[in-house]
Structures are given as C-alpha cells and as structure tokens.
Design a protein around this ligand. Structure first.
Ligand SMILES: Nc1ncnc2c1ncn2[C@@H]1O[C@H](COP(=O)(O)OP(=O)(O)OP(=O)(O)O)[C@@H](O)[C@H]1O
Ligand SMILES: O=C(O)c1ccc[n+]([C@@H]2O[C@H](COP(=O)([O-])O)[C@@H](O)[C@H]2O)c1
Length: 218
C-alpha cells in the first residue's frame, strides 16, 4: 500500500476513505472535529463513521443499545455531505474488533485506500487490539490529539499523528451531565440533544416516565 504522501503526489490517486470507529454513546463534537480535521489534512473523499456493535473493551460498563447510538451518529453527521455512517459493526454478531471492520470495509470498497482515525487514548491501547499486526496492513492509521492524553505513534513510523483543536469533551461526561440534569448543548449536535431528551437516554430510571399499563387515551 502506498504511503499517504505517495498517494497525494499521484495524479490518479485511489479514493481515500476515512474510517472513524467509536462507541458514540453519545457522539459529540470531539468526534466530529477529529474526522473533519483528518479529512482536511489527508484530503479524504469521505469519512465513514462506524458505531461499535458490542465493544468488548467496554464490557464493564453499560452501553446504550446500538440502534440508538447508530441513529445519533446519523443525525450528527447528516449535514456534512462527506460524512457517512456504516452499520458493519452493529450488524455483525459478537464482539466488535477493528480487524473485522476493516476487512468488511475493504471488501465493500475494494477501490478505496483506508485511513483509520483514533484519538490519543485509543491509539495508546492499540497494541492490545485483536490481530494488531495484520491491522497495519489494512489501513493507514491516523492518531489525533485529545486533551488529557499523550499521543504516540506506538513505535511505528507509518502511524500518522495530527494535532487538532482541543475539544475537552467525552461521552462519559455527556452521559453524566444528562443524568445530573445538566446541559449538553454545544457539546453534542443540537439534533443529538433532542434525540437524547426524546428517548430519555442517560436518565436514571426513577426519573423516567413509567411504562404505560393501560390502553392509551384516544
Ligand atoms: N474529544 C476528543 N478529541 C479527540 N478524539 C476523541 C475525542 N473523543 C473521542 N475521541 C476519539 O474518538 C473515538 C471514539 O471514541 P468514543 O466513542 O469511545 O468516545 P469517548 O468520548 O472516548 O467515550 P467514553 O467517554 O464513553 O469512553 C476514539 O478513537 C477516541 O479516542
Ligand atoms: O479491535 C480491537 O480489539 C479493538 C479494541 C478496542 C477498540 N477498538 C476500536 O476502536 C474504536 C474506538 O473505540 P472506543 O472504545 O474508543 O469507542 C472503535 O472502532 C473500536 O471498535 C478495537
């Protein structure tokens, strides 16, 4: 696979597809800025957001059902014509591994050169990912800065590192804010704020309306 620089110099370069994997519980502006910055610097034609199905590495915490996370990701990316959302990870049964994500995307898009995007925290864990040695051959890896985390290339010269505007936002903080009735406006896209409220996500069960036990009034 050519390096990113070689491809830039090639007038007939292949389609460049960014891959932004994440649990997106919920998707926030840190994710969107990361994808946008990598798309700009690496001249990507498209970025596909891939919500995880069963994130095995988050098995110690409760994760919101995949369909909610998928729909929030669709809402958040709808206004950008270069952003798309893939169901490959949520439609594949079992734990989610990036090796499967990249194999599936390569099969679906054999024309494309893949650029997998990770924040500094995810990059720091990458050597523990399934089949990591094969991973490097399936995509370019781009690590982006994230406040509170040190960005490293994990000893690989072919891993690209990119400084992006610091967005001190995490999904954990967004969930905690909603649970504490604090605002998430401007941390997540407006449509995601409304989706969270409509479906009462991240709200402690005792604050949710009880399930209807009688026939609805006409
Ligand atoms: N604020 C941010 N800046 C840069 N990268 C980010 C930021 N937030 C998340 N990322 C990256 O986006 C990808 C998906 O992250 P994820 O969906 O787990 O969000 P998160 O905010 O880390 O969630 P949680 O707080 O639930 O662990 C990861 O590669 C992560 O490093
Ligand atoms: O393949 C693995 O073993 C693996 C382990 C941890 C995380 N990942 C992927 O890394 C991406 C970001 O994960 P997360 O936990 O930060 O949302 C997402 O696409 C995950 O599927 C992949």
């Amino acid at each position: 696979m050519p390096t990113a620089e070689e491809s830039v110099d090639n007038g007939h370069r292949p389609y460049r597809l960014g891959v932004m994997g994440g649990t997106f519980d919920p998707i926030h502006h840190g994710h969107l800025v990361a994808a946008s910055e990598v798309a700009s610097v690496f001249d990507l034609d498209e970025v596909v957001f891939v919500p995880t199905g069963e994130p095995w590495h988050k098995s110690s915490q409760e994760v919101t059902p995949a369909e909610h996370r998928y729909l929030m990701t669709v809402i958040a990316t709808a206004s950008n014509p270069r952003f798309k959302v893939s169901r490959v990870d949520i439609d594949r049964p079992g734990p989610t591994y990036t090796i499967d994500t990249l194999r599936d995307l390569r099969q679906a898009r054999p024309d494309a050169e893949l650029f997998f995007i990770t924040g500094a925290d995810a990059m720091a864990q990458i050597l523990s990912w399934k089949d990591v040695q094969e991973l490097w051959s399936l995509a370019h890896f781009v690590g982006v800065t994230r406040p509170g985390h040190e960005l490293q290339n994990m000893g690989r010269d072919d891993v690209k590192l990119l400084e992006i505007p610091a967005m001190a936002i995490s999904s954990t903080d967004c969930r905690q804010r909603v649970a504490a009735s604090e605002p998430v406006w401007y941390l997540v896209p407006d449509g995601v704020v409304q989706y969270i409220a409509k479906h009462k996500l991240y709200t402690p069960a005792q604050q949710q309306a009880p399930a209807a036990t009688t026939e609805p009034v006409a």
